[in-house]
Structures are given as structure tokens and as C-alpha cells.
Design a protein around this ligand. Structure first.
Ligand code: SF4
Length: 622
């Protein structure tokens, strides 16, 4: 089988056993890899209603289809599990170097269940599976663990690990690779911690059989040329190579696209200079000392930063992404790049998702401002809007998991519920904190935030961020949105299927990802087949949640996110997005039940590859 190792590793940490399965060839073609292949396995391996932190819960790490090939930007690994935040489907992807090392170690995917009695790590060394003691690694930050394991095992490994955040079972814990790349969202790091699993370490010499390397090379050549002077990708590729995703931060804050003051503020709530302080050009001038990127990427959109601020003298911090800048910056009216870089660094070191972490601190700041929490309850921290030292101090409490840092592990809604106050200030979709392009600025995003099987994501499909560039009469017209919404969904779902970094949606020529997948696997899909694949992927993730008993009414989004009540000032004044109409249009276009979001059997028959869910959904029709 071209493009695959053809082996999947199933691990049980309770009795330290494992099984190696052959990857069915039919599954490779139907589900390709990444999230979709992960959804197929998780549905089979995980019984319904298993809590995310139960030993029987399953955590999957699945290589994207292009992983292990020479495809540029094609080294994504996809983590699948339940989210501890809402006990629903969760997926999150990560760049770095783990995906090619996973394949080199001899597997396309690993699924982990059970719970180790003591902290352990999994070492997969060229097909050999070892359970190793991780007592000396437990409690340590990710850079220390990465360095230590490289010293112990050699340079040719890749470490996918949790930090102390995952050990503390935080609902916003990430899984970190290469010290700074994160599968961040939804708390899968907490799932890993609940299994006493500190790290998965891979190395090896296995190679996938490539169908046609010349196709991959031709696609790569086109991708590089796409950024040449006069080509369509020239501007955006230049931007990503210099300032990465941080370039647009200032513009987005001043337009009120990026949220301010826990989604309740307007740009004039802070000095304009604060927005520019955290924008790529200003930050780079002050902090940048190097360039970094994921395995085999010609863009290398990351940067190494140094920072000297009070007790922090960091030589190898990294540039916060746009999302991290919004969450740790404007959400708290913070204009200090020093504090933002330090908090971003702490998230990498302690293994937290920067979006949920920043949003949670912003929620707490609003609660403090409103007197819901006192200074004593916050361990003496005067947690005022925009105070960089207070933000760092609260971040340190979270990382140390002490005082207020203990309930904060549960993120905003979990913390509010645990302490019995402050839930009215939460802004989440099904409990998951929202990313940094606002739904009142771009109403199309509200449908994605609310109704995607992984709620509150900016890299799930729909009409997406570019739709916000339309004039208001187009943006805020809620009639007939379903067709475009579903088309956008399919485009982004395909990007997740291809195994290529989702920035490839605008940094690569339109057909490059398909050509890469063809070169790797030999699978040549028509546009109609691609759409079906993408639709299948979305339906599989959705089916996982339906099997849990969730229906449309259970997918809730907090009012402030869509303007209920509307803002009373600023560029978003008076806007309330008709989120239910957007949902009706979306489900209507799919032909699903508007009230329950259930799909009919005819739909599943047409999409194919879904027979495995029939016993649960259509027991009388098979
Ligand atoms: S564009 Fe950035 S995130 Fe994407 S693969 Fe390249 S370095 Fe990684």
C-alpha cells in the first residue's frame, strides 16, 4: 500500500501491553489519515459515555497522510480524544517533527488506553515498543524534558509530551512537540496526564512506499514558485516568512475583529499603541533573534525571541502566534510585549493552550473588576485590566497549580462552576474558549464556533475569516448562507484530511495538496470525490457526538460571542448575529434534521464509508 506504513499500534497502559494491527487498505482510501482515520478508530475503540479522564478513555495520535514524505508543510500529527471540557469529540493538530518520526518508528497511528500506575513514557524505537519509567521527568517543564530525553536517547528522536499542566489534569492542557509546537485545544494534554503518560518518544528508519516522488517534487516546485515576485502568493508568503501570523494583530484589534476586554471591550478601551506593541513588526524589532519552522517547511513562519524583563531573561522564547497575542494581549487590555512573550513561553513550558489560557485569565480579570472575586481570593494579586506584572503573577499561579491556580486548571467555565460564581462572564462555545477572530465582526464564524463537532475553533470549516472582508450588507445578511457555508466546510475539512499545514489553504497553490496526496498514495480524486471525503470526515466527527446523546440544542454558545446583548459602543455596537438562522441554513443545506441535527440514512448512503455507525443510528434499516 503506497503512502502508509500499514501498521497501527494499540497500547494499554494499565497492564503495559500492546497490539499491532494492520491498517485496512479500504480504510486508508476511505479515511486517508489524520482526524478522519482517528475518528474511525476512536468510534470503534471507545465505548459511548466514557468520561475523558476514565482509564478506558482513548487518546489517539495519527499521522497526516503526507507525513513521512517529502511534501512541503506536510508534517502534521492529529490528536483525537474526548475533551474533558464537555466530554465530546476533540481533535487538535500539531506541526513540528513528530509526524515523520511516528512513521519512521513503524506506525501510522498510536491509540492509547488504560492508566499507568506510575508516571511513564512510551518509547517506540524502530518498531520496538517500550514502557519506560518517567519519574525523573514528572513535574518538569517541556524544554527540560525534551533536552533530557535527547541526552538519554540520542539526537534522532522526537518527543511529544505534556508539561505540568497535563499532569495537573488541566482542561486546557496541550501536548507539546519540539518545545514550542502544540496540539493545544480541547484539553487532550489533560487526557494524556490522566493516564500518567508523560511523553511518547519516536525514532526509526521505517519509510513509506511513495507512489510517485516526481509528483511530490513537482508540487513542491510549484509551492516554492508561488511566492516568487508577481505570483499570487508573493505577499502572503513574504508576510509569513517575516512576521508570521503576528503581522495582522494591530489591524485586527483596531477593527474590533480581535476581541478586547473579555469580548466586552472596544478598541478605544486601551491606547492605540498597545495594539502596535504586539504586532509582528514592532515585536520583531524588539525581540527577534532567529527563525524557526516545522519539519520540511519552506516558509518557517516561527521566530525565536529573547526577552529581558524583571526576573525573566529568556534567550529561546518564541514569537506568540496571532491567536496567542489576542488571548494574552487585547483580551486583557495588555500592551506589554514582554509580558505576552513571557506568558506564551510559560504556556509552552508548562503545556497549556494559549487561547484557552489567555481567555480564562481575561474572564477572571472581568470577574475581579466586577467584584465577583476579591483580591484575597486571588492570592493577593491586584488583577487589574492591562497590568503586565499582575498577568505574569497569575500565570505563575496557574503554572504552579497553587492557590487560585488550582481551580483555574478547569478553564473559565469549569472554574466558574467549581467556585459557584462568575459564569455570567464566560464566553465559550460548549465550554471551550473562543479563538481570536470575533463572530460579531465576522458572523459566518458563529456557525462554525457553535455547531462544529469541535466547538470554538478558528481552523474548522465554514465561510471562514476572509468572509469578514465583505461589506456589512453582505456580512450581516442571514438569508441563503448554507451553500457557501457547506462549501467552506468541505474546503477546510479537506485541508485536515491532506495532512498539510492548514496555512497551506492560502500559502500554497490551490491544487498542490491534491498533487502531494496523489504523489504519496496514488489516490487521485475528482472534485466530487474530494467533497464526499470531506463530508464523510465532518459526519464522522459529528456522529461521535450524536452517539453520546448530544443533539442540536446541546450545542450552545454564550450570548456575548454573538452579540446578545449587543455592544453599546465601538465598531460592533448594536450587532446581534442570528446564530440560529445560520444553523438552520447550514443543516438545511446538508439535508439534516433542523431540530436535532441528526442525519438521514439516505445521506449516509450517499456519502459512503459510514456503515459502521448504522447499528447505532439505523438499527432497523440494516
Ligand atoms: S507554515 Fe508555519 S505552522 Fe505551517 S508548516 Fe510551516 S512553519 Fe509549520
Amino acid at each position: 500500500m503506497y503512502g502508509y506504513i500499514g501498521k497501527v499500534l494499540l497500547v494499554n497502559l494499565t497492564d503495559k501491553s500492546y497490539v499491532i494491527e494492520d491498517l485496512p487498505e479500504e480504510w486508508a482510501k476511505q479515511y486517508l489519515g489524520g482526524v478522519t482515520l482517528g475518528a474511525r478508530y476512536l468510534y470503534r475503540l471507545m465505548k459511548p459515555h466514557t468520561p475523558a479522564f476514565a482509564p478506558e478513555s482513548v487518546l489517539g495520535m495519527v499521522c497526516g497522510v503526507t507525513g513521512g514524505s517529502k511534501s512541503l508543510m506536510g508534517a502534521r500529527v492529529y490528536v483525537v480524544s474526548k475533551s474533558p471540557v464537555n466530554d465530546l469529540w476533540n481533535d487538535s493538530s500539531c506541526g513540528g517533527s513528530f509526524a515523520p518520526h511516528l512513521r519512521a518508528s513503524g506506525f501510522d497511528a498510536i491509540f492509547i488506553t488504560g492508566k499507568s500506575e506510575k508516571p511513564c513514557y512510551l518509547f517506540i524505537d524502530d518498531g520496538k515498543v517500550e514502557f519506560r519509567d518517567a519519574t525523573h521527568l514528572w513535574g518538569k517543564v517541556t524544554s527540560w524534558v525534551d533536552d533530557t530525553l535527547h541526552e538519554e536517547l540520542g539526537k534522532d528522536i522526537s518527543v511529544f509530551q505534556i508539561g505540568p499542566g497535563g499532569e495537573h489534569l488541566s482542561w486546557m492542557a496541550a501536548i507539546i512537540n519540539d518545545k514550542h509546537r502544540a496540539a493545544g485545544r480541547g484539553g487532550s494534554g489533560g487526557v494524556m496526564g490522566s493516564k500518567n503518560l508523560k511523553a511518547v518518544v519516536c525514532r526509526g528508519t521505517h519509510k513509506i512506499d511513495i507512489f510517485d516522488n516526481s509528483e511530490i517534487m513537482a508540487a513542491n516546485k510549484k509551492c516554492i514558485a508561488y511566492g516568487n515576485p508577481g505570483e499570487r502568493g508573493e505577499h502572503v508568503m513574504h508576510q509569513f516568512r517575516t512576521t508570521g501570523t503576528s503581522e495582522e494583530y494591530g489591524v485586527c484589534v483596531l477593527a474590533a475583529d480581535a476581541p478586547l476586554k473579555n469580548w466586552a471591550g472596544a478598541p478605544d478601551d486601551m491606547p492605540e499603541q498597545y495594539a502596535w506593541n504586539l504586532s509582528g513588526p514592532d515585536m520583531d524589532a524588539k525581540h527577534k533573534v532567529g527563525q524557526i519552522g516545522c519539519f520540511n517547511c519552506h516558509i518557517r513562519c516561527g521566530a525565536v525571541y529573547k526577552v529581558d524583563y524583571k526576573n525573566y531573561h529568556l534567550e529561546h522564547a518564541t514569537r506568540p502566534e496571532y491567536e496567542s497575542l489576542g488571548a494574552l494581549g487585547s483580551m486583557m487590555l495588555n500592551g506589554s510585549s514582554d509580558a505576552t512573550v513571557i506568558c506564551n513561553h510559560l504556556c509552552n513550558e508548562y503545556g497549556y493552550d494559549t487561547i484557552s489560557c489567555g481567555d480564562t485569565l481575561a474572564w477572571l480579570m472581568e470577574c475581579y473588576d466586577k467584584g465577583i472575586f476579591t483580591k484575597e481570593e486571588l492570592d493577593g494579586i491586584d488583577f487589574k485590566w492591562g497590568d503586565p506584572d499582575a498577568i505574569i503573577a497569575m500565570m505563575e499561579k496557574l503554572c504552579a497549580c497553587e492557590g487560585i491556580g488550582v481551580p483555574l486548571q478547569l478553564a473559565s467555565r469549569g472554574c466558574a462552576r467549581a467556585l459557584g460564581k462568575g459564569e455570567e462572564c464566560c464566553v465559550t462555545a460548549n465550554g471551550i474558549e473562543l479563538p481570536m477572530h470575533g463572530g460579531r465582526f465576522n458572523p459566518a464564524l458563529i456557525r462554525t464556533f457553535q455547531y462544529d463537532p469541535t466547538p470554538g475553533r478558528h481552523i474548522k470549516g465554514g465561510r471562514g475569516v476572509p468572509f469578514s472582508h465583505n461589506p456589512d450588507e453582505v456580512k450581516y445578511n442571514y438569508e441563503g448562507t448554507g451553500k457557501d457555508d457547506v462549501a467552506g466546510l468541505l474546503e477546510w475539512e479537506w485541508s485536515g484530511l491532506s495532512g498539510v499545514c492548514s496555512f497551506g489553504n492560502f500559502l500554497l497553490p490551490p491544487d498542490a495538496q491534491q498533487q502531494m496526496v496523489y504523489g504519496v498514495t496514488g489516490f487521485k480524486f475528482t472534485q466530487e470525490e474530494l467533497d464526499i471525503l470531506a463530508l464523510r470526515s465532518f459526519t464522522m466527527r459529528h456522529a461521535f457526538n450524536l452517539r453520546e446523546g448530544y443533539r442540536r440544542k446541546d450545542f450552545v454558545i454564550d450570548g456575548r460571542a454573538y452579540g446578545n446583548p449587543p455592544m453599546e459602543k465601538g465598531p460592533l455596537k448594536g450587532i446581534t448575529v442570528d446564530n440560529e438562522k445560520l444553523g438552520d441554513n447550514f443543516y438545511g443545506e446538508l439535508g439534516w434534521d433542523l431540530e436535532t441535527a441528526e442525519f438521514p440514512k439516505e445521506f449516509c448512503d450517499r456519502v459512503g464509508g459510514l456503515d459502521y455507525i448504522y447499528p447505532d443510528f439505523f438499527p432497523d434499516q440494516i
